[in-house]
Design a protein around this ligand. Sequence first.
Ligand code: UTP
Length: 275
Amino acid sequence: FMLNKCLFPAAGHGTRFLPATKAVPKEMLPILRKPLLQYGVEEALAANINNISIVTGRGKRAIEDHFDNAFELESQLIGTSKEYLLTEIKEVIEKATFTYVRQPSMLGLGHAILTGESLIGNEPFAVVLADDLCYSPDKGVLAQMLEVYKKYKCSIVAIEEVPEDQVDKYGIITGKLLDESDDTFLVTNMIEKPNIGEANSNLAVIGRYILTPDIFNILKNTKPDKNNEIQITEALNEQAKKGNVIGYKFKGIRFDCGDVDGFVSATNYFAKNNL
Ligand code: UTP
């Protein structure tokens, strides 16, 4: 199939979770027993994407160790009543291939995605921000987005309606509804973190993207913002101006686990529903 790679930007400092994230990557914080990043990788595998590329940084080595065999541990658990506790991660390691690159300085999500170019090459790819944890009972969000990609063959962003007083935390799109039944919008404009009251809509981009590889050249020419970060929203807006971005209102529920409140909600939801 034409889309077989998923990029996970995971180099951020996770300052909102300090001191937990001082030595432990934010993406390794667990909801119940499973680290956020593993949920994301499982979502990619469920969409038949098994080439997993992770953008890491200093202090993130636990990520590589997690997605590798642990010989001592496994030989100790084999044949015991606790062996099942490793079943899921072993399945992930078996199905997926992992490649890594380090982002030397944290210059924003757009820069992290550009750092992934050497792992992705010249083909369309998915992007998952593992701190946005998505759950849908039937089809995972990435699998849903692949259906949309097959139809339109351009960049796809997952969108969600957010309360008016929270638009300043997201990239917000303006779009024309294409098809009410599958909730797709042709994106005409995108703006990063607009002031409350200044946004054209409350349709926010969440941490799931399918990107066409021309995004890399656009990112190379995207200037850093006032915080010296290269924003993916700005690069996507270039594609949107050419009619090449679709917003897709996904089916399911999303938790912003980069934030303590969202993390607690996710934990409660997963515990209550035995997920
Ligand atoms: P966030 O802004 O949510 O992550 O970036 P953060 O910077 O780690 O969190 P806080 O705000 O300090 O608490 C969204 C995603 O983009 C990645 C992060 O790892 C996260 O998954 N990212 C962000 C990078 O990989 N590199 C960057 O330079 C910035």
